[in-house]
Design a protein around this ligand. Structure first.
Ligand code: ATP
Ligand code: MG
Length: 421
């Protein structure tokens, strides 16, 4: 017996029965995001490894230990993308998109070699937006309001918003000094990662997932006390905008992001329903990244949401997974007429999901398949109906009589079933 091959650990198949729930989320996300005038961009899954080192940062978890990086047969150093922002920036520079403001969105798989657990996978999916060329708090507010709108569209009520400002480079530098002094004073309580980061990137210590460090982090100085006038005004305007829009939030002065490129506004949407993997959406401003990657100085802001974590929160019971109707055919004449009837019905009802039974079989076995398909209606074509140009229709969900219908009546019924989906 040949050995059976399996998917790579932490990488999952989305089976046909799960696909409608993914589509439900993706359709809502696309509708909400494009409702704000954002346009989709698709970039390759493979990029030069250098792109992520230079953007995300050499001393981040992602680049230090999570990236799938390898040399291809031509000797090029490549990486499966661990996130979407760096690729968007690269593409925007490469194609000269940055001479005017851009509102862009993307979706797709990302790859990080993390320890697989609930809400943490090695191939996972993000939907994200990136805005280029707009510097004010108004656009920060827009992207946050957009995410709030998406949660409402998806029926998610229990997400809380945390915001913070990382200030500008010189403000962070001043803060860094005081933070390092604080952390050095508690050095015995730090873990190896954090001790190492004291000299490489101390702000990252604030993002540590190690619960033992929580007291030290809670006692650390607050970044917000280090903001200069402009950063403070930006942050205050954002908070005022959130208040005016009725978007609830809390200020978390120790919120930093696991990537190096952020400045000023950062935010996360968090749920308590997923344990340690509670952040479903994270983003912020990264005004320095475009220039850092060789483009002209361009302010930018964006976010990425984790599809799998959101899917875990969505109430799937109301999402229709089956077709609108399942067509069964009994008798030779009916079986011969069924394909043409199915095509006429598809012509008449745009968007109709109609499954046609194939392969014959008894009424009972065909009907069982109709039921199992999850269809709302069974359409039954017998020889008699085929001759008369009619079709019988039986609701499969929620009861109701079987009725014989003319073509136009059948069309009307199918339109209703489609609209109710
Ligand atoms: P975490 O702190 O949970 O590791 P992160 O800071 O690494 O998250 P980002 O790089 O900001 O996450 O990615 C944005 C979102 O993508 C996260 O908020 C999360 O919802 C999702 N995400 C990140 N890593 C994974 C993963 N390995 N599996 C599933 N979803 C993920
Ligand atoms: Mg992470």
């Amino acid at each position: 017996m040949p050995e059976r091959l399996q998917a790579i650990r932490g990488m999952h198949d989305v089976l046909p029965e799960q696909a409608p729930i993914w589509q439900h989320l993706e359709d809502h996300a696309r509708a909400v995001i494009e409702g704000y005038g954002y346009r989709e961009m698709r970039t390759p899954l493979l990029e030069p490894v250098e792109l992520f080192k230079r953007s995300i940062g050499e001393v981040t978890d992602i680049v230090e230990k999570e990236m799938y990086a390898f040399e291809d047969r031509g000797g090029d150093r490549l990486a499966l993308r661990p996130e979407g922002t760096a690729s968007c920036v690269r593409a925007a520079i490469e194609h000269g998109l940055l001479d005017q403001p851009q509102r862009i969105w993307y979706r797709g798989p990302m790859f990080r070699r993390e320890r697989p657990q609930r809400g943490r996978y090695r191939q996972f999916h993000q939907i994200g937006v990136e805005v280029f060329g707009l510097a004010g708090p108004d656009i920060d507010l827009e992207v946050i309001a957009m995410t709030g709108r998406l949660w409402r569209a998806l029926g998610l009520a229990d997400l809380r918003l945390e915001v913070n400002s990382l200030g500008d480079a010189d403000e962070r530098a001043r803060y860094r000094g005081d933070l390092v002094a604080h952390l050095r004073a508690h050095e015995p309580a730090l873990d190896d990662d954090s001790r190492r980061r004291l000299s490489t990137n101390p702000l990252r210590v604030l993002d540590s997932k190690n619960p033992d460090l929580a007291p030290v982090i809670a006692a650390a100085p607050s970044l917000l006390d280090y903001l200069g006038e402009a950063s403070r005004a930006h942050f205050d305007a954002l908070c005022a905008g959130l208040d005016a829009a009725g978007i609830g939030y809390s200020i978390n002065p120790r919120l930093v992001r696991g990537l190096d490129y952020y400045n000023r506004t950062v935010f996360e949407w968090i749920t308590d329903a997923l344990g340690a993997q509670g952040t479903v959406c994270a983003g912020g401003r990264y005004d320095g990244l475009v220039a850092q990657l060789g483009g002209r100085d361009t302010p930018a802001v964006g976010f990425a949401l984790g599809t799998e974590r959101l899917l875990d929160l969505i109430d799937t019971s109301a999402i229709a997974t089956g077709p609108d109707a399942y067509l069964v055919a009994l008798g030779d004449a009916a079986a011969a007429a069924a394909p043409a009837l199915a095509e006429r019905l598809r012509d008449a009802v745009p968007g109709l999901k109609l499954l046609m039974h194939c392969g014959g079989g008894s009424f009972k076995s065909q009907f069982k398949k109709a039921d199992r398909s999850g269809a709302r209606l069974a359409l039954i074509l017998g020889d008699e109906e085929a001759a008369a140009g009619t079709v019988s229709c039986k609701p499969l969900r929620g009861g109701g009589e079987q009725r014989t219908l003319g073509f136009d009546e059948a069309v009307a019924l199918l339109r209703e079933a489609r609209a109710a989906r």
